[in-house]
Design a protein around this ligand. Structure first.
Ligand SMILES: NCc1[nH]cc(CCC(=O)O)c1CC(=O)O
Length: 312
């Protein structure tokens, strides 16, 4: 391999390919003489499509094969939706770059209704996310929430087939795939607190690969990095995997960070919320402190129950 080549390990879903192409274009913008190749692969998460994600041990389902490729030297970097990146990395790998965040909000998508409040009693809403489910149920206990898996395009066709009255997706994914016109309502963080890292793209590589790290450095967005550090610290302290009823969302107001979080029972019966404000330089300690506050209020009970259910 030429020392002037970067190989990106990527899944083949349209969203994963969009992200890989985005990072390729950003790399080429900063390093015009670089050659960037895509190494496409299939992950376990792409294969196990018929089981609710919460039951297949969501942790790292979409990233493991990409990590093995980097460790074996078949690829140099992997591009991830930060939302799907586990707390811990295999020995020798790490997240070195976080790109500027796209819209972090959840989006309400429907062919017949303009908003969540518009939905008639008993409407069917599709989502496989326990975080979205608990927030929907807390606002609208009458709704019937059913599982919805697959790529963004698959999920939209299930909506169009009439299987659901509405579905909830990340606005970022829809915007990236030029499907923003399908969004009926952008849900505010008060209505649906986003997932850890939602809307941000992160880049993982071998930690001892100094050449790659230097090439990636200009792609990092400091503000996004600070926000995602706080959100992930919160999640890590809760020992949350990626299929958990946890929301964690940080915003920057100048050099002040505002971190909000929630842990909810999937049936909507219980919701524990908290928030912190502090200097952005304290992002990580704020995340940990907020997680501990939620644990003291009973978040561990909720999470224990969810983990037990996912094993049965
Ligand atoms: N869990 C799948 C996933 N991972 C990242 C995104 C959207 C893009 C993002 O958050 O960066 C999605 C789809 C969705 O939740 O609608």
């Amino acid at each position: 391999m030429s020392t002037n080549t970067i190989r990106i390990a990527t899944r083949q879903s349209p969203l994963a390919l969009w992200q890989a192409h985005y990072v390729r274009d950003r790399l080429l913008a900063f390093h015009p003489s670089l050659t960037v190749e895509l190494v496409t692969m299939v992950t376990r998460g792409d294969i196990i499509l018929d089981t609710p994600l919460a039951k297949v041990g969501g942790k790292g389902l979409f990233v493991k094969e990409l990590e093995i490729a980097m460790l074996e030297g078949r690829a140099d970097i992997a591009v991830h939706s930060m939302k799907d990146v586990p707390v811990a990395f295999p020995e020798g790998l790490g997240l070195v770059t976080i790109c500027e965040r796209e819209d972090p909000r959840d989006a309400f998508v429907s062919n017949h209704f303009n908003s969540l409040d518009d939905l008639p009693v008993g409407s069917i809403v599709g989502t496989s996310s326990l975080r979205r489910q608990c927030q929907l149920r807390a606002r609208r206990p009458d709704l019937v929430i059913t599982d919805l898996r697959g790529n963004v395009g698959t999920r939209l066709s299930k909506l169009d087939n009439g299987q659901y009255d509405a579905i909830i997706l990340a606005a970022a994914g829809l915007k990236r795939l030029k499907l923003e016109a399908r969004i009926r309502q952008f849900m505010t963080p008060e209505e649906s607190l986003p997932a850890v890292g939602q809307g941000a793209v992160g880049i993982e590589c071998r930690l001892n690969d100094q050449r790659t790290r230097e090439l990636l450095a200009p792609l990092n967005d400091a503000a996004t990095e600070t926000r995602v550090i706080a959100e992930r610290a919160m999640n890590a302290r809760l020992e949350g995997g990626c299929q958990v009823p946890i929301g964690s969302y940080a915003e920057l107001e100048g050099d002040q960070l505002w971190l909000r979080a929630l842990v909810g029972a999937p049936d909507g019966s219980k919701m524990i919320r908290g928030e912190r404000r502090g200097p952005a330089t304290d992002a990580e300690t704020m995340g940990i402190a907020l997680a501990e506050e939620l644990l003291n209020q009973g978040a561990d009970d909720i999470l224990q129950r969810v983990y037990q259910d996912s094993q049965s």
